[in-house]
Write a protein of this length. Structure first.
Length: 533
C-alpha cells in the first residue's frame, strides 16, 4: 500500500481528490492532509510517506518552497503537482526541483490521477532499481579492491580508489582479523547449499552492522565460513588501547554469532603495522593465527602472542605407548586404560601440530596400528561395531587436536567396553556349554547341538573352546567320556559294552579304539591292571 501525503489550501479540492477513487482498492492510501506547506512539513517529518500530491499555489508557503523543503527531508520521495492553467511557470520550477508530473485541477478525474500515480510509481521503481544496481556495482568493486589489498596485487591510484569507494581504512595502525566459523564441515553435511548461502548473507549483514557500530574498518566474506575484518586505529597510539578495542569488537562479534546463529567462531588476529602495503603480510598472519585452533581449540581469539608460544615439534608417534595402551584393552582394568589413554593423548598434543592435514595423517596411523594389533589378537573392529566404520571420514571432519583426542578417547573406551562385555558374555557362554556337555555327554552330542543350545555359531564356539580350554571341542568331549569310563571300570561291575553305552558310544569297537588312544590301553587291559593292583 502506497502512502500519500495530500497538500492543498482548499478543503474542497482535498475532498474532491479523496472522493475520486476507492484508493485502497488500487493499492494507495491518503494517510496525511495539510492545508499549507508548513503543516505538510511537520507531517512529513513525523510520518512515513511514499508519494506527495501537492498544490503549487498556496499561502504562507508556496508549493515551490514546500517541494524544495520536502526534498531536503527526503530527496527520494516523488512529488506530483496539482496545477491551474495560469500556473505553468510554477510547474516548470517544480520540475526543476524534481517533481515527477502534474495534473490540472479542472481536468482531474479518477482515471487520470490513477494513471499519474502509476507512472510515478514505475518511474520511482526504475530509479530505485538503477540506484540498487549502482550500489551493487560499487559494492562489488569495493569488495574486489579489498581482496586485491589482501592479496598484495598492484593497484593503481590506490588512495584515490579508497576515497572513491568510501573505504574506512587509514594507513596507521592496521590490523587484519580472520574470522572462521568452527565445525563448518558438519554444517555442510547437515544443510544444503541454499541454506548455507543464506547463512553467509545473514552473517555478512551482522558483521557489517558491527562494523558500523564500532566505526572500525571493512569486512569481506572470502567463503561461506571465512570472513576478513581489516581495521585501522588512526587516533590511537597506545598498543594496550588498540588491543583492548580489538578484544571488545571480537568478543561482541563472537557473542552475536552465538546469539543469532548458535555458531562458534575462532578469530585470528594479526600484528599491528602502518601502510596499506603491509596488509598482505597482516592477512597471512591473521589466517595462520586462526589455524592454531588446531592447538588452542575452537571459539578462541588467537593473537600473535599465542602464535609465538607454539613451537611445532617433529611429528613422531609414540608407538610404544600406543602398543601398551592397546595391550591393556584385553588385560587391563578401567583405571589403567584411562591413565594410559590420557598419557597418549597428552603426548599427541605435546607435538603442537599446526597443520590439520598432519594431524589427520597422524591419527589415521594411530587407528591403523590399533586395528591391526586388535586383529592380530583375534578382535575384529567390524565385529565390535556391527557395521562398517569409515575412520578416514570420521577423522577428517574434526578440526582440532582436542577434537581428535576426544574422538580417539571415546573410540578406545567403546572398544574396551565391548571387549569386556564380550569376554564376560564369552565366559558365561563357555561355562554354559561345558555344563551342557557334562550333563549330556552320554547322548549323541555334537558341536552343532551345543552351539544351538548356547545360541552361538559353531565357529565361534569352537574358537572360544580352543582359546580358553586349550583343546578342541571334540577332544574335550572325548576326554570327558574316557574319564567317566575309567571311573565306571574301577567302581562298578558293568560290562565294557554297557560302559561304552553309558558314556555316549553306540559302538563298543569305537569306544575301545578311542579309549586306547587316550590311555594307551584297551578297556579290558585297563580294568585288569586295576584289579591286579
Amino acid at each position: 500500500m502506497y502512502r500519500i501525503l495530500l497538500v492543498d489550501d482548499e478543503p474542497i479540492v482535498r475532498l474532491k481528490v479523496k472522493s475520486l477513487l476507492e484508493w485502497e482498492e488500487y493499492g494507495y492510501e491518503i494517510v496525511g492532509e495539510a492545508g499549507d506547506g508548513n503543516d505538510a512539513l511537520k507531517l512529513l517529518k513525523s510520518g512515513c510517506y511514499d508519494i506527495i500530491l501537492t498544490d503549487i499555489n498556496m499561502p504562507k508557503m508556496s508549493g515551490i518552497e514546500f517541494i524544495k523543503a520536502a526534498k531536503g527531508i527526503n530527496c527520494a520521495i516523488p512529488v506530483l503537482v496539482l496545477s491551474a492553467y495560469n500556473e505553468y511557470i510554477f510547474v516548470r520550477d517544480a520540475f526543476k526541483l524534481g517533481a515527477v508530473d502534474y495534473i490540472l485541477k479542472n481536468e482531474m478525474t479518477g482515471e487520470g490521477i490513477l494513471e499519474l500515480l502509476r507512472r510515478c510509481v514505475e518511474q520511482q521503481q526504475g530509479k530505485q532499481l538503477e540506484e540498487d544496481r549502482r550500489n551493487i556495482s560499487n559494492k562489488v568493486k569495493k569488495t574486489r579492491l579489498l581482496e586485491q589489498l589482501l592479496g598484495g596485487e598492484p593497484i593503481e591510484t590506490l588512495e584515490q580508489q579508497i576515497q572513491n569507494y568510501d573505504i574506512n581504512l587509514s594507513k596507521k595502525n592496521l590490523v587484519v582479523v580472520s574470522i572462521i566459523i568452527d565445525n563448518y564441515k558438519l554444517m555442510e553435511e547437515k544443510y544444503d547449499e541454499v541454506i548455507l548461502t543464506n547463512l553467509k548473507t545473514s552473517v555478512f549483514h551482522m558483521l557489517e552492522q558491527k562494523m558500523r557500530e564500532f566505526k572500525l574498518g571493512e569486512v569481506i566474506g572470502l567463503s561461506n565460513r571465512l570472513y576478513i575484518y581489516t581495521m585501522s586505529f588512526e587516533n590511537d597510539s597506545s598498543l594496550l588501547t588498540i588491543q583492548q578495542k580489538i578484544h571488545t569488537v571480537l568478543s561482541s562479534i563472537a557473542y552475536s554469532f552465538k546469539e543469532f546463529f548458535n555458531l562458534s567462531v575462532t578469530c585470528g588476529v594479526s600484528g599491528i603495522k602502518d601502510g596499506y602495503e603491509s596488509i598482505p603480510a597482516l592477512y597471512v598472519q591473521a589466517v595462520s593465527a586462526a589455524e592454531l585452533r588446531m592447538v588452542y581449540g575452537t571459539g578462541k581469539i588467537i593473537t600473535q602472542r599465542e602464535v609465538q608460544v607454539v613451537t611445532p615439534k617433529q611429528l613422531h608417534l609414540n608407538e610404544e605407548l600406543l602398543h601398551s595402551l592397546i595391550g591393556l584393552l584385553e588385560n587391563g582394568n578401567r583405571k589403567q586404560v584411562d591413565d594410559k589413554l590420557y598419557e597418549f593423548c597428552d603426548s599427541v598434543k605435546a607435538l603442537c601440530i599446526v597443520d590439520s592435514n598432519d594431524a589427520c595423517a597422524l591419527y589415521l596411523e594411530v587407528v591403523y596400528i590399533t586395528v591391526n594389533r586388535l586383529n592380530a589378537h583375534g578382535i575384529k573392529i567390524s565385529d565390535l561395531f556391527q557395521e562398517h566404520i569409515n575412520f578416514y571420514e570420521k577423522i577428517t571432519r574434526l578440526e582440532t587436536i582436542d577434537d581428535m583426542n576426544n574422538w580417539f578417547y571415546n573410540l578406545i573406551q567403546y572398544i574396551y567396553n565391548e571387549i569386556q562385555e564380550r569376554n564376560s558374555s564369552k565366559n558365561f557362554k563357555l561355562q554354559n556349554a561345558i555344563s551342557y556337555i557334562k550333563q549330556h555327554y552320554t547322548e549323541n552330542i555334537s558341536l552343532r547341538v551345543v552351539s544351538d543350545y548356547c545360541e552361538m555359531s559353531e565357529t565361534y564356539l569352537s574358537r572360544i573352546f580352543t582359546v580358553n580350554t586349550g583343546e578342541s571341542f571334540i577332544n574335550f568331549v572325548t576326554r570327558l567320556r574316557i574319564q567317566k569310563a575309567k571311573e565306571l571300570m574301577t567302581g562298578s561291575n558293568f560290562s565294557i559294552s554297557e560302559i561304552a553305552e553309558q558314556v555316549g558310544y553306540e559302538s563298543q569297537e569305537h569306544f575301545s579304539r578311542m579309549f586306547k588312544k587316550y590311555t594307551g590301553k584297551s578297556p579290558t587291559s585297563y580294568r585288569n591292571s586295576f584289579i591286579s593292583a
